[in-house]
Design a binder for this molecule. Structure first.
Ligand code: FEO
Ligand code: CA
Ligand code: CA
Length: 668
């Protein structure tokens, strides 16, 4: 979810997006890591010479932006690897895909997932019904093939928008959520988590199989275990669980990942927002410094008023049981999901796996907050493709690293290991459990590089490079810019590339480069950087999720939140982004979401014939700034009723399936 900065107080807000944006300020990183202000000029200069790629910023500096779009020579060079006719920037009530492709709605909020599931009835929602139906705000999409025409789709349900979910409720005062009933909250909790559902392909298109034996809903109440080095620690014990190993549910699952052994990684992002209790309770908490660093309590939901588990004054340790990566065995719908504490606790955005050349498994993750860090986890054991059972607890044993990006273009991965460097009892870390529960505090001590909101991080198995979506950071000051975060008041974000040393993802060194500085290349004030072959529709702002297809090509989706008008003026979408050769840094628009939505997923099938994308919080963000509507949306008065356009139905977050008309690989 997006939290572009706004300068107002929480109680001045009239929508959830804005509340989340402001709450994001609470836990901002106070670390004073050295800045390297002149770096970007040097780095970009070197890159330009090496690659011969003209950049918009350089053109602008050399005397204006005329001719930026469609520079003929570069355009020919960049035609390259993504073969489709791009669509236009714009905003309207529906979705758009490139000519020659179908974009079919596959799964909508409320769609039945089981043969006995009730049909969606938004006027009579119940917890029991929602537990058998597709949840709200679909984000990550994962695909696991079972056979030629059968697969499992895994979809995260990040959060809920009560004003768009419940008829007659309207927008709630976030101070007390006065009209939120226990019944509404139970539906919200059941609409969180994830969906695991079998899909079958017929005539080139996938359809949900409500009879699938693997179908499952995971929610904010699903029993889970805490495993790994922090499991059983005193700080993970609550009045309901004296063992510190049993927890209910997962929260705010944003980007995620799949493992090669058929498990689904649900990364817990803004878990702080669900906790309640006020400033006094936070200050009196035995781990007040930790709570402050994580922005707890966020108070974004009414749950803490109705359920003591989410009130830090009543249940001080529950909050330490969230902010982890959850691993789910999708082949056993009765399995207990595991929160893997070895992978650290922060606002995990994404958890994308690559099998390293030595067989160890490496998983990359961003910590999505302004001035937070990029992480990777390296297992001690190796992946065994012939013994599934041997892989099932690989994620309990390994080393978590945090990244430092140096002025000379180097990357240092620093281990978060108790007893090493400053991670000792003298500095408040009594054990590895302390290091993992307070990953952010430990990473501060190591001098990690504060980034412009790291979102999805995807390794490319074809090139072995790694792509980090840095979405934006309007709080970065001019005296705090550095190489990978080169712009002050950065509303647009950038795409960072990491090259591991010797193609070894377990290495503690590597190098970095920027692929693009997002935003409008025709506006010199933006200081965007694109390959000049990028057209007026090919640039984007606020990269968030991404994926690499089987051809080794990068695809980026955006989330501009309520700041879309200022950031780009177009709705979010899917863009191809070339990373190789003369075309490097060229964007191309493939899909666009309806007004108020964020573009999530994206997920290609392994044959590149289907692209699943998740249209999240449709009709929600920034609808006030869309002139034809001009106001905030509610259930009863939404900016669009996508995808059904039925006056009796609200807008519904949905997964869309994109295929080529007549079949075949996408963009090939
Ligand atoms: Fe849920 Fe960082 O986006
Ligand atoms: Ca995201
Ligand atoms: Ca991804």
């Amino acid at each position: 979810m997006q939290r572009l900065d706004m300068q107002h107080q929480l109680d001045e807000f009239d929508n959830r997006a804005a509340a989340m944006e402001a709450a994001d300020d609470v836990g901002s990183n106070p670390s004073d890591t050295e800045t390297i202000g002149d770096l970007v000029a040097r780095r970009l200069g070197r890159r330009d010479i090496l690659r011969g790629a003209l950049v918009a910023g350089a053109l602008a500096a050399a005397g204006g932006t005329a001719g930026l779009f469609g520079a003929p020579k570069a355009a020919a060079a960049a035609k390259g690897r993504y073969v489709f006719d791009e669509i236009s920037h714009g905003v309207d009530e529906t979705h758009h895909v490139a000519t020659g492709y179908d974009a079919d709605v596959l799964l909508r909020w409320g769609d039945p997932l089981f043969a006995d599931a009730p049909a969606f009835d938004p006027a009579a929602q119940t917890e029991a019904a929602q537990l058998r139906q597709f949840g709200y705000n679909n984000d990550f999409v994962g695909f696991h093939r079972l056979s030629a025409d059968r697969a499992v789709l895994c979809v995260n349900h990040e959060y809920t928008n009560e004003e768009l979910m419940f008829p007659g409720l309207g927008r709630q005062d976030k101070k007390d959520f006065a009209d939120m009933t226990p019944e509404f909250v139970a539906v919200e909790m059941a609409a969180h988590g994830g969906t695991i559902v079998e899909i079958a392909r017929r005539d080139g298109k996938w359809a949900v199989d409500t009879g699938g034996k693997l179908n499952r809903r995971i929610t904010a109440k699903t029993p889970m275990t805490l495993t790994g080095p922090a499991a059983g620690d005193d700080r993970l014990k609550t009045s309901a669980d004296a063992t510190g190993t049993k927890v209910l549910g997962t929260l705010n699952n944003c980007a995620g990942g799949m493992t090669p052994w058929g498990t689904y990684l649900m990364a817990e992002e803004n878990f702080n927002g669900y906790f309640w209790g006020g400033k006094e309770a936070a200050a009196a908490h035995p781990h007040a410094a930790s709570l402050k660093r994580y922005g707890i309590p966020g108070g974004w939901y009414s749950w803490g008023r109705l359920d003591a588990r989410f009130d830090i004054a009543k249940e001080p340790n529950e909050v330490f049981r969230h902010g982890w990566v959850v691993e789910v065995d999708i082949m056993d719908p009765a399995s207990t999901p595991k929160k893997r504490t070895a992978m650290g606790r922060f606002k995990h955005e994404g958890s994308e796996t690559i099998v390293n050349k030595d067989g160890r498994v490496v998983i990359y993750s961003g910590d999505d907050e302004r001035f937070d860090y990029v992480y990777k986890f390296v297992t001690n054991g190796t992946y065994n493709p012939n013994d599934r059972a041997a892989n099932m607890d690989l994620l309990d044993d390994g080393t978590l690293y945090v990244a430092r990006f140096d002025a000379d273009g180097g990357v240092a991965w620093m281990p978060l290991v108790h007893g090493q460097g400053p991670l000792t009892a003298d500095n408040g870390f009594e054990s590895q459990a302390d290091v993992l529960i307070d990953t952010r505090l430990a990473a501060d001590k190591l001098g990690a590089t504060p980034m412009d909101r790291p979102e999805d991080v995807d390794p490319n198995p074809v090139t072995n490079k790694v792509y980090v979506m840095l979405t934006n950071n309007s709080k970065r000051k001019a005296d705090a810019v550095d190489g990978p975060n080169p712009r002050a008041e950065n509303l647009w974000g950038q795409v960072l590339e990491i090259t591991p040393a010797d193609g070894d993802h377990a290495a503690t060194t590597g190098s970095w480069d920027l692929v693009v500085q997002a935003g409008n290349p025709a506006d010199p004030e933006v200081k965007a950087m694109w390959n000049p072959a990028t057209t007026e529709n090919g640039w984007f702002a606020c990269p968030d999720n991404c994926t690499i297809d089987a051809e080794g090509r990068l695809w980026v989706t955006t989330d501009q939140g309520s700041g879309w008008k200022k950031a780009s003026g177009t709705a979010d979408g899917v863009w191809a982004l070339e990373t190789e050769g003369e075309g490097r840094g060229t964007g191309k628009m493939f899909f666009r979401v309806p007004v108020g939505a964020e573009m999530c997923g994206p997920c290609f099938t392994d044959d590149t014939e289907t692209l699943f994308v998740a249209v999240q919080h449709v009709a929600s963000d920034g609808t006030k700034d869309w002139a034809p509507f001009g106001r905030e949306s509610t259930y009863d008065d939404p900016a669009t009723r996508w995808p059904d356009f039925d006056p009796k139905l609200p807008p519904r977050p949905s997964v869309v399936m994109i295929t080529r008309k007549g079949g075949g690989k996408i963009a090939v």
